[in-house]
Design a protein around this ligand. Sequence first.
Ligand SMILES: Nc1ncnc2c1ncn2[C@@H]1O[C@H](COP(=O)(O)OP(=O)(O)OP(=O)(O)O)[C@@H](O)[C@H]1O
Length: 230
Amino acid sequence: MLKLSKLEVAYDGSTVIRDVSLTVEPGKVVCLMGRNGVGKSTIMKTIMGVLQPVNGTVSYSDEEVTKKNASYRARKGIGYVPQGREIFPQLTIYENLLLGLEARSNSEEKINEKIYEYFPVLKEMKDRRGGDLSGGQQQQLAIARALVAEPSCLLLDEPTEGIQPNIVSDIQEVIKDIKRSQVNTSILLVEQSFDFAKSVADYFYVMDKGRIVYEGEDLMEEKVSQYLSV
Ligand SMILES: Nc1ncnc2c1ncn2[C@@H]1O[C@H](COP(=O)(O)OP(=O)(O)OP(=O)(O)O)[C@@H](O)[C@H]1O
């Protein structure tokens, strides 16, 4: 289980996250929503250990990891797909995927065929450079690279942003398949699309100005209009 408790995060002394507590149970898909700039990516970076909180704790699998670095957390099973799909443009698809193996907790050195079943284009184009792929293909590669490590908790920061509809539905199917599988992988998803979030998530948190302002199993219409519409 991933658990954030009373998290406070600041950039150069200016607080952007205040008193955020959030839980992701094993096997569940939890969606974190909110307008641009409310602090969603900051929370993802703090979970991964890229940012250190001023106050509060991050715990994963019964261990407090607040002071642990990102590679420790990756080896413990947290996978991270940052916003803007940060793949290595000069490396081939296959090389990008191999880098994903580095984060595995065991020494398995083979890419699971399941990854190519999810995203067949990555096999067909495995020797092409990452930078030559379309935006949607790069997003598929970024997700695949995280999945190669077989994380027990996957952080997905706006995976559908600016992506063509057919690839959005591929990503939706992958999330649903992960949910159906018996491996108990949990997913924390940052998402702006109401329909996408509704179709995959078991639980919702809505943020405004650095705080959680709503949480629940249902994303109610009035909360959407209050906190999510522009
Ligand atoms: N590196 C940084 N240095 C200073 N301020 C930052 C930095 N990154 C983000 N911020 C600020 O922190 C606040 C939260 O940003 P964050 O990126 O977490 O929001 P978000 O909800 O993920 O928005 P978006 O969907 O636009 O990415 C914003 O006011 C942003 O300007």
